[in-house]
Design a protein around this ligand. Sequence first.
Ligand SMILES: [Zn+2]
Length: 462
Amino acid sequence: MKLKSAALALIAGVTLSLSAHAQQDSLMMRKIFDEALVNGKCYDNLRYLCKQIGPRLSGSAGAQKAVAWSKKLMDSYGFDRVYLQEVMVPHWVRGEKEQGKIIVGKTEVPVALAALGGSVATPKTGITAEVIELHSLQELQSLGEDKIKGKIVFFNRPFDERFIEAGEAYGTAGDQRNAGPAAAAKYGAVAVIVRSLTSALDNYPHTGGTNYGTSPKIPAAAISTIAANKLSDLLKQNGKVKFFLKDNCQTLPNVLSYNVIGEIKGSANNNKYITVGGHLDSWDLAEGAHDDGTGVMQSVEVLRIFKTLGYKPKNNIRAVFFMNEENGHKGGLKYAEQALKDKEEHIAAIETDEGGFTPRGFSFEGANAAFLKGINQQWKKLFEPYEADRLVAGGSGTDIGPLRDSFPGINLIGFRPDSQRYFDIHHTPNDVFENVNKRELELGAATITSLIYLIDQHGLNF
Ligand SMILES: [Zn+2]
């Protein structure tokens, strides 16, 4: 009897302390959201980055300017430590605007297109060749060199619209852009054009990196979805259609650039780190607003909110503006390499690089059933009032990915905003500040700050 009541008291005690914890957490999250929504700075910061600096592809003057301004911004917030981390990055330039035309007999139809990042140039006079339309890389093998050699391969597999998460459609269509040019070159293709990776039917070409690996390098460009449909229709009607492509890209020598890092020291004077980051570089066609200006501005907002609220974290909290996510991943690699060298202990990293849209929750890399059950039991209800309570298994991010090998046991986490509109503007000239909503951006910043607060307080031992 005595034993039983002691056990009951113990359980009651635990329950009480848990709910007291939860109550404290819930109050702190309310403060975080209030600060982000009432006094938030990320929207104004994003406006500066987009409008005063603009495009910032690795190695460009815009990227250098963005580094200097970001450091100044972090300095102005008075974080415990602000520094630049040197990283050598590739320097690819688009050159003079590309030209593309569909040619049917004597008729020429100009199309909206953009060279893929890393593409080589065509000869000065351009390339004109017959087009062959494919829907997968596997088709190259079944058609063979006979059918491919001397032609321009046109990869035209659209997004699979059955996916609910737009990122999954992007992922499964992406091989055409990432690996298509290299694969087609091996069969003797003279150039590749790719349907833009989007569900939207419009006239924006979506650029993005392509990897040649060890294959011969042939010019590669994305064409808008309207142009892709037009080309496909003309091929069906006429059988034989030619395409003219002229681009002027160049890869220059590597350039010294930087990750920009701000840090709030942990109160326990320990060696443990929680990283939050996005990438500072962007494609050259626009302002890199959603990709990934929103991510870096949310990351620095996390530290600003903590500092403003006077929150003293247990662990060291770092905001990292990674350089070179788009065409080389050098910033992410460097960060992980240096962290290992410095014998830091990294317990969690969160990446925000899926647009500054309405937050839905987070995905946890490699999360098993027990982890998901635990985290949902304890934390889901805290996020429910903010409608950002999806805590699921899934990917994290390209920049924090290299921490995986350096720190076994680290929790890699992806911020998951609503995904439906991201690929309308992703890597297009339309990725501009005007397409970011202030409230959505701030809600995202508060959601990320809240998760980092919870991890800092309780760890992720589910
Ligand atoms: Zn990105």
